[in-house]
Design a protein around this ligand. Structure first.
Ligand code: NAD
Ligand code: APR
Length: 247
């Protein structure tokens, strides 16, 4: 574990609102693959085939197979100590700790977190491309899966693909403007707009902390970087914040 504070960590008692961005790295130790690490998903799949609207139009069965496998993996996985630490922080600080995730798994919710904002959608969601209806995804979806509302056979995973616009952005930008502390955990900082969140938060006066096994592509945007696995760094950081609050 190495801590490389470029600026003294802000006095935590001055913190009222915390915004936490999580990426695939927080779920890595739950056994869910990341995208750009060694053997990451995008080294094994062409994202243009499985994570773009064009790829879905070309071959919906291939895309459903890709997300059916990721849904099965996510259902078989368990929240890890990092997910649980964030849920603990939310319990001690109701309404003041917001989680914005790029992840499509539900490990934050299964660890007990609430109000999680899924920018890129969720594996447990199904979306009808014909009428926009959303419903809980079945274990496995296929091109012939009918929409429960309009009965069209244009069901897709409720995932935000490359080139599509992420969910909840107005809420997220409001949160970043009011945050006293912004923490990014397990995000490579290679996909926008999430990669710019540290800049946005710092501009609004927040202290920015990055927890990652290696410095992200936007590490210079953070005041403080701690390197190590999320399951070790996140619980330590939550203990530190709660101790300073006398919790
Ligand atoms: P982007 O610019 O946000 O992300 C592109 C990133 O994907 C690049 O930075 C690169 O790291 C990576 N990338 C591109 N081609 C790749 C390849 N062949 N192999 C591996 N990595 C590759 O992409 P965008 O199209 O501008 O995205 C716009 C919106 O789509 C964003 O708002 C984002 O939220 C959303 N999005 C969703 C997903 C998803 O899978 N759910 C993925 C990326 C982006
Ligand atoms: N603990 C902490 N960080 C970790 C760990 C770990 N155990 N393992 C990996 N990481 C870090 C890596 O160093 C990397 O910075 O997690 C990050 C994973 O990066 P990506 O694979 O790019 O995942 P992410 O940043 O979430 O990707 C953003 O790109 O393809 C899209 O929609 C997809 O939401 C995803 C987005």
């Amino acid at each position: 574990l190495t801590a490389t504070p470029s600026a003294a960590p802000q006095e935590h008692t001055a913190i009222e609102t915390i915004v936490i961005l999580t990426g695939a790295g927080i779920s890595a130790e739950s056994g869910l693959g990341t995208f750009r690490d060694k053997n990451g998903l995008w080294t094994r799949y062409d994202l243009n085939e499985v994570a773009t609207p064009e790829g879905f139009a070309r071959n919906p069965a291939l895309v459903h197979d890709f997300y059916n496998a990721r849904r099965a993996n996510a259902r078989a996985a368990h929240p890890n100590a990092a997910h649980e630490a964030l849920a603990r922080l939310q319990r001690h600080w109701p309404g003041k700790v917001r989680i914005v995730t790029q992840n499509v798994d539900d490990l934050h919710e299964r660890a007990g977190s609430s109000d999680v904002l899924h920018m890129h959608g969720a594996l447990e969601g199904a979306l009808c491309a014909a009428c926009g209806h959303r419903w809980p995804a079945p274990a496995a979806m296929h091109p012939a899966t009918p929409c429960p509302t309009c009965h069209a056979r244009q069901a897709r995973p409720d995932i935000v693909w490359f080139g599509e616009y992420p969910h909840h952005m107005e809420t997220v930008w409001d949160l970043l403007r009011s945050a006293d502390l912004f923490v990014a955990i397990g995000s490579s900082g290679t996909v926008y707009p999430a990669a710019a969140f540290a800049q946005d938060a710092a501009r609004a006066g927040a202290h920015c902390l990055e927890l990652n096994t290696e410095a992200s592509a936007v590490a210079p945007d953070f005041h403080e970087i701690r390197l190590g696995p999320a399951t070790q760094l996140a619980p330590l950081w939550v203990d530190e914040v709660l101790d300073r609050r006398g919790c």
